[in-house]
Design a protein around this ligand. Structure first.
Ligand code: MSP
Length: 520
């Protein structure tokens, strides 16, 4: 991740989720990614500010509220807790939850608009579009399908409206140069290439208002009571309004610029074209990276409310546990690519990687400590030179490397190599054979000391990925459940105090009930 000044916090953001439906696994994924990066930095002793929230204005929300016979304001109040509850359930350690209906946010949006009007980057002009009355949707010519509404296929009416426009076009060549000069700005590379080719065609200025005649639910445009602000222009500003831009410059400067804007690939254009230009036009320092992840799909289609193929993360977390869901999402796909969601695969990962590899390793070590050492960690000299531990110590740099390139999957691959090696170590050492021979007591003690240390290190390094499991292991080993590893050297040391009495505890990943119906 980016090099920081001393006081500047690392700033990570998620998109603001539309509250027109309850959150699904696609939304959960982005927040799990953000939480994993956040926890990793915290583990490494870095200050992080992690922002998430909800996008509450616009046609989508207004329409859904009306379908429920509710006022948009009432409706959003009811929906927001679903998001907060899910983040609580998934252990998402965010620092602030911003809502675009927050007064403080609206103030900043108005200030930005007035500033840009003042500099001439926003102007008023006529706008031609096509309106579908039954859908109450306004389309551009390009969006129409054979001249009809792309949603319902019915006829549309041509409409000319007066609106406010933001001069994207003025900044196009600046943006192209900026992207070329900063290869890490848009990631992964395949997405940067998409944006670069999109920018080969001339950019049209962005229409940033909607007449109140067809949309009421939004921030009123400051210099026209006839207009509300386009939902994207409003929502993008959250990244700076949340942290005090225009209000508390001190706070703003300790957090901004954002180090990482996490988004899905479908909203990259807004974040990699509109947003940088908005910042540039406002004279605000550029964010460091926007990282676009792929989609979770089911039967080949994006998981989404409109396709009706929703998978509920609450149900999955209840059946398999939060860590299993986190693990599955982080391990199953490389960030940037789409991933096919399947509960069968989740069950397989649960059973093989979590219950068999990690859960059994813990259980076997605990049982052997109990059996051969009354549950206490044996003391041996020079334990830190055991080859299993040398391999374990090397994990810190590997995980760091992987997370620097936003690749939690590679980090988990490296961690699981050590777990596999530790299981092989048990098979090779055969502590149960050593225990039968008093002459080999020292060897037995060495083996269990090495294994216990290996598990302690695994728990530490798993905290960003599997926070619950890591906490359980650390707790049972009587270690701090909030570890701090500021340098590689701090990871390459023995952690468990000899003589500590280790609680084996309940299975980390209980056997799944074969009879149980899958959650979806
Ligand atoms: N409100 C806008 C974002 C404004 S950010 C200033 C929005 N909201 S959304 O609720 O529709 O989507 C939020 C995020 O969820 C997007 O990053 C989107 O890619 C992600 N996902 C929605 N469905 C998804 C999947 N099926 N899979 C992975 N992520 C997906 O867009």
């Amino acid at each position: 991740m980016s090099a920081k000044g001393n006081d500047k916090q690392i700033y990570i953001t998620t998109p603001l989720y539309y509250v027109n439906a309850k959150p699904h696994i696609g939304h959960a994924y982005t927040n799990i990614l953000g939480d994993t990066f956040t926890r990793y930095h915290r583990l490494a002793g870095r200050e992080v500010f992690f922002l998430t929230g909800t996008d509450e204005h616009g046609t989508k929300i207004e329409k859904t509220a009306r379908q429920h016979n509710e006022e948009p304001r009432e409706y959003v109040e009811k929906m927001v807790p679903l998001f907060k509850d899910l983040w609580r359930l998934l252990g998402i350690q965010y620092d602030q939850f911003i809502r675009t209906t927050d007064e403080a946010h609206k103030e900043v949006v108005r200030a930005v608009l007035l500033k840009l009007e003042g500099t001439g980057d926003i102007y008023r002009a006529g706008y031609t579009g096509w309106y579908c009355t039954p859908c109450e949707s306004f389309w551009t010519k390009l969006q129409l399908v054979e001249g009809k509404c792309p949603d319902c296929g019915r006829d549309v009416q041509e409409l000319i409206e007066d609106n406010y426009f933001f001069k994207l076009s003025k900044y196009q060549s600046w943006l192209i140069e900026y992207i070329n000069a900063n290869p890490g700005f848009i990631q992964p590379e395949m997405r940067r290439n998409e944006i670069t080719s999109f920018l080969k065609d001339p950019l049209e200025d962005l229409c940033i208002t909607r007449p109140k005649a067809r949309l009421e639910w939004g921030i009123e445009y400051p210099s026209s009571s006839e207009h509300v602000v386009y939902v994207w222009f409003d929502a993008l500003i959250n990244y700076v309004s949340a942290i005090g831009m225009e209000v508390d410059e001190n706070r703003f400067n300790t957090i901004w610029p954002a180090d990482l804007h996490l988004v899905g690939k479908d909203i990259l254009r807004q974040h990699a074209v509109y947003w940088p230009i908005m910042l540039k036009a406002c004279g605000v320092e550029m964010f460091k990276t926007v990282l676009a992840h792929g989609w979770w799909t089911m039967q080949g289609a994006k998981v989404s409310k409109s396709r009706g193929n929703i998978v509920d993360p609450v149900v999955l977390a209840k059946v398999y546990g939060v860590d299993a869901l986190r693990y599955f999402m982080l391990r199953e796909v490389t960030v940037g690519f789409d991933g096919a969601f399947s509960e069968d695969l989740l069950r397989q990962r649960y059973t093989s990687d979590l219950a068999n590899d990690l859960g059994n390793l813990w259980f076997r070590n605990g049982s052997m400590l109990e059996k051969y050492f009354h549950g206490a960690v044996p003391e041996v000299s020079g334990a830190e030179t055991d080859p299993l531990l040398l391999m374990t110590f090397a994990l810190w740099n590997k995980v760091e490397e992987a997370l620097k390139s936003y690749d939690p999957r590679a980090a988990l691959d490296a961690i699981w190599k050590v777990i596999t090696a530790a299981n092989q170590f048990v098979e090779e050492k055969k502590p149960w054979v050593l225990a039968k021979d008093p002459a080999r007591a020292e060897e037995l003690a060495r083996a269990l000391r090495a294994l216990t240390e290996c598990l302690a290190h695994l728990a530490v390094i798993l905290t960003p990925f599997l926070p619950d499991t890591a906490r359980k292991i650390l707790d049972r080993l009587k270690l701090s459940t909030q570890p701090l590893i500021r340098t590689t050297a701090e990871f390459s040391v023995l952690m468990v105090t000899p003589g500590t009495s280790v609680e084996r505890g309940e299975a980390l990943f209980p056997k799944l009930d074969e009879e149980k119906e899958p959650a979806s």
